[in-house]
Design a protein around this ligand. Structure first.
Ligand code: FAD
Length: 524
């Protein structure tokens, strides 16, 4: 048995960032991870052929690069090995009529492409991009602050002082709008609207979900203004750097070390018990980077002592699942719509708002979508170090899928466990890409498919393959994430904290919950 100041359940990037900050403040920290490697949803592995490095989860690291944690520790992270590669051609969409639209950091390129669809949209884009820094100041402040009624009021006050009543109402309206409402109001071309709306599908903001517009808005404008970054050699550059930083500060990470119980005494967390029977004491904090459903009745066998909290954790709503298809290729896809598409980090196949709305609804109803939304990541177009010379990896995210399959909207695949049907469904997704990039199947050297069930097996936080660990709909976001009264990473148990994607400010690689809690506990 060892004694630490803080013990972490799980080595996701939030835990590692939190542990690193605490260790640098002199806390004795230990992180316990059930898997043989750290990183959770940020991992890079050779899952097809030797020499082909695939990001199993996150590929786009822009949130980490723009995070408060990176801002404070950029030098330390760089010395610890962190390396980014920028993508200037960020994201694009291809359409059944053979057209495409894409956003590059060179605004003349983006606006030029827009003008082929609508001059009005090109003008609207320039206006939005021009006003972005003024808007972003408030939105980033909100997303980068601990969540409380006071911080919301502070953001509102600041907004009103800078933008007046009309400007503040415009921002509030953007925050509350569905993607479709905002896009219909802002753009004319259905192609342009669909290209931006696809970002909502990275979370669970289908086109008609209230308060979903802000994500497509932020992603589009941030990509236009700052570009996208991915990790040199793989997204796990972040994890290796965090681990190195933590080790240098005296923190420890233990792998193959599943925590099965958070021990409590007198309403206070006192330590943890591992699957192998070991116990360890935490004198100041136990910090759990887990899904809320893993607490009451599981890690906390007798619950937290607060039935309201326990009930809320059990009822925490997850978003639809994801399938990941990893391909090793001997050449990038030959996109029919234009050779320039080979340069883009992401190519979306999400042709219309109605197709996205239908896909989302099918997944919610337990059906395999007849035409899934695809995010085709081409990391080797910007970082050739992930594959042997002249060869490539493809990162295909299939959105959105049911956790348990009850039927098939296309009427082709009989409902069964994902293990039995995942390859057939992956064939459906790849056939969609083939339609836009004929000859893809002839370039495939290796393939590896992770169904929603596989994603959860790899990382129990991805319940039902939910890549964002919890719906981000407004009733479970802001002050309500993960539940009302617990948005500041607190629980009813003294010294027990919950961090990670299920908590404010939500999913993504921004390390927000980990870093903000660390500052709350040990100072900035
Ligand atoms: C397929 C996919 C694609 C994504 N793409 C992007 C992207 O491009 N950009 C982006 O910004 N975000 C992306 N995301 C989201 C982002 O990666 C996650 O929101 C984020 O990494 C979650 O971090 P976390 O700190 O909450 O912990 P997680 O990454 O969920 O890690 C939690 C860790 O805890 C461990 N653990 C859980 N329970 C226990 C236990 N009892 N004992 C010990 N260990 C335990 C797990 O094994 C895991 O390693 C993606 C996610 C997925 C799954």
């Amino acid at each position: 048995m060892s004694e630490f100041d803080a013990i972490f359940v799980g080595a996701g990037h939030n835990s590692l960032a939190c542990a690193a900050h605490l260790a640098l403040k002199g806390w004795k920290t230990a992180v316990f991870e059930k898997n043989p490697v750290s990183g959770g949803a940020v991992q890079t592995r050779e899952v097809t052929l030797p020499g082909f490095r695939h990001d199993l989860g996150a590929m786009n690291l822009s949130l980490f690069a723009g995070s408060g944690f990176h801002k404070k520790y950029a030098n330390e992270l760089k010395s610890a090995g962190l390396e980014f590669v920028p993508a200037a051609d960020c994201f694009a969409s291809v359409f059944p009529d053979g057209r495409w639209f894409g956003v590059s950091t060179d605004i003349e390129k983006t606006a030029g492409r827009l003008s082929h669809f609508s001059q009005e949209d090109a003008d609207a884009w320039r206006r939005l991009a021009g006003g972005f820094m003024g808007e972003a100041e408030h939105l980033f402040r909100l997303l980068g602050s601990p969540m409380s009624a006071r911080s919301l009021a502070g953001t509102g006050w600041n907004l009103w002082r800078k933008k007046g009543v009309k400007g503040s109402l415009d921002t509030a309206k953007l925050l509350l709008s569905s993607p479709r409402a905002w896009l219909d109001e802002t753009f004319v071309s259905p192609h342009v609207k669909a290209t931006l709306a696809a970002w909502g599908m990275h979370l669970d903001f289908a086109p008609d979900i209230a308060a979903g517009a802000v994500f497509p808005y932020l992603e589009s404008m941030a990509n236009q203004s700052f570009g996208m970054v991915i990790g040199k050699g793989g997204a796990d550059t972040v994890i290796r750097a965090l681990e190195n930083m933590l080790a240098k500060a005296g923190g420890k990470v233990f792998h193959d070390a599943e925590i099965v119980e958070i021990m409590t005494s007198g309403g206070k967390a006192t330590g943890v018990r591992l699957a192998n029977g070991e116990t360890h004491t935490a004198t100041k904090a136990v910090i759990a980077g887990v899904a809320p459903g893993a607490l009451a009745g599981k890690l906390l066998p007798r619950g937290s002592g607060d039935t309201g909290f326990d009930g809320a954790m059990k009822k925490f709503r997850h978003a639809p699942g994801t399938m990941m298809i990893h391909l090793a290729l001997d050449g990038l896809p030959d996109w029919k719509a234009g050779a320039e598409l080979k340069n883009f980090a992401y190519v979306h196949i999400a042709p219309s708002l109605d197709q996205m709305a239908r896909t989302y609804q099918q997944a919610i109803a337990g059906l395999l979508p007849d035409e899934p939304v695809l995010v085709v990541g081409q990391p080797t177009t910007v970082d050739q170090s992930r594959a042997p010379d002249g060869q490539h990896v493809l990162w295909v995210q299939v959105r959105a899928l049911p956790a348990q399959v009850q039927g098939d909207a296309a009427g082709e695949i009989e409902p069964a466990h994902w293990d039995e049907i995942k390859e057939r469904y992956a064939d459906r997704a790849l056939a969609l890409i083939e339609r836009h990039a004929p000859g893809l199947s002839g370039k495939v050297l290796g393939r590896s498919v992770f169904s929603p069930a596989d994603l959860e097996r790899e990382n129990p936080n991805l319940v039902g393959g939910d890549q964002v660990c919890g719906s981000h709909h407004i009733s479970q976001n802001f002050l309500f994430r993960p539940a009302p009264g617990y948005a500041r990473w607190n629980t009813p148990i003294t010294n027990l904290h919950l961090i990670g994607a299920a908590t404010w400010p939500g999913a993504g690689t921004g390390a927000g919950s980990g870093f903000m809690l660390a500052q709350q506990l040990a100072g900035a």
